[in-house]
Design a protein around this ligand. Structure first.
Ligand code: NCD
Length: 334
């Protein structure tokens, strides 16, 4: 029996097996309908969700299985009567064949996996990881660039708290992509995360003296030095290759913590965002790229870009169905 707690629970080969299967499902959807009758998925969500919960549910129904949704368990289950999380998992594994767990606390899926007799899928744990979103992100990248390798993946926004970013960084580095980091002030990756990456992959974390990506902060390099010196965080990268001309993926993320103000303005400002002005910047207009976002978005992607040919964020959400169908088939077989 396999659990999926971290993206590193899957080898690169296994990732490709799942994504190939997702591709087959997309091509021949009818052939996969109702092939998993009598299997029950339990969605156990301690935090809100639209796409993750909804697409796991839709995927299981498409495969012919059943779904039990347990939402806001702190209010709706015996957790409210003082029952422990561990006891709850011991019971739930008798009621279904696979448990999809989202929790506000890091590592609760890992705790569940030590108790459960059925596979646990981490659907997001605190600020730690969100491995199934990474599978969707990679599937979206493959559809565009065929191989999810040798690309420049630019992660923008709240890198400290975005679990989607953390899982995706591991996958991108394992697949030999450059990872360029454009954090909001005070929201760069944690030192412990950077250290873990350095140790695990022996990839240096370097300062990019000039990437031209300052346009994500809403100003070009000239005004940056004139007006914003000292305010803008440095752009850094885990650099694997020197192919800065290879295609780019701009991966935007929302602010995950309450906005904090100082003298009336956000301490996380300038928050990296993208709009029609950003994409008119010559640095971007010279590049081959797509724009991604795990969603939900706040202000970091202007709605003006929704029908823009490079935008992929709604397609990403749609890809959640076939990728999660493939994952369920793969996990219930293994
Ligand atoms: C993300 C999450 O929950 O981590 N959403 C998702 O699953 N697509 C991103 C977010 O909430 O910002």
């Amino acid at each position: 029996m396999r659990h999926l707690i971290s993206i590193n629970d899957l080898t690169n080969n296994e990732i490709f097996q799942i994504l190939d299967l997702a591709g087959e499902i997309e091509e021949r959807f009818e052939d996969f309908i109702k092939i998993m009758k009598r299997k029950t998925l339990i969605n156990l969500f301690f935090q809100p969700s639209t796409r993750t919960r909804g697409s796991f549910e839709a995927s299981m129904y498409a495969l012919g299985g059943d779904v039990i949704n347990i939402l806001e368990p702190e209010k709706t289950t015996s957790i409210a009567k003082g029952e422990s999380f561990e006891d709850m998992i011991k019971m739930l594994d008798d009621y279904g064949n696979i448990i999809v767990l989202r929790h506000h606390q890091e590592n609760m899926p890992l705790v569940a996996s030590k108790i459960s007799d059925v596979p646990i899928i981490n659907a997001g744990d605190g600020w730690n990881e969100h491995p199934t979103q990474t599978l969707i992100d990679l599937f979206t990248i493959i559809k565009e660039f065929e191989l999810p390798t040798n690309l420049n993946i630019v992660m923008c926004g709240d890198l400290l708290h975005s679990r989607t970013v953390h899982s995706l960084i591991h996958a991108c580095l394992r697949l030999k992509n450059n990872v360029i980091l454009v954090p909001a002030p005070k929201l760069d990756l944690s030192e412990s995360f950077i250290k873990e990456i350095n140790i695990r992959y022996e990839i240096p974390y370097i300062e990019c003296y000039y990437t031209g990506l300052e346009c994500f902060y809403g100003f070009d390099k000239g005004s940056y030095f004139a007006e914003f010196k000292g305010k803008t965080p440095k752009i850094n990268a885990f650099r694997i290759h020197r192919e800065l001309e290879n295609p780019y993926v701009f991966y935007m993320t929302r602010l995950q913590v309450p906005d904090q103000l100082h003298n009336g303005s956000s301490i996380f400002s300038p928050y990296p965002s993208i709009d029609t002005d950003t994409i008119r910047n010559p640095v971007l207009s010279n590049k081959k790229y797509i724009i991604m976002h795990p969603l939900p978005r706040n202000q970091e992607i202007s709605t003006e870009l929704d029908n823009y040919p490079q935008s992929r964020y709604f397609e990403q959400a749609k890809n959640g169905i076939v990728v999660r169908m493939a994952l369920l088939m793969w996990m219930l077989k293994n």
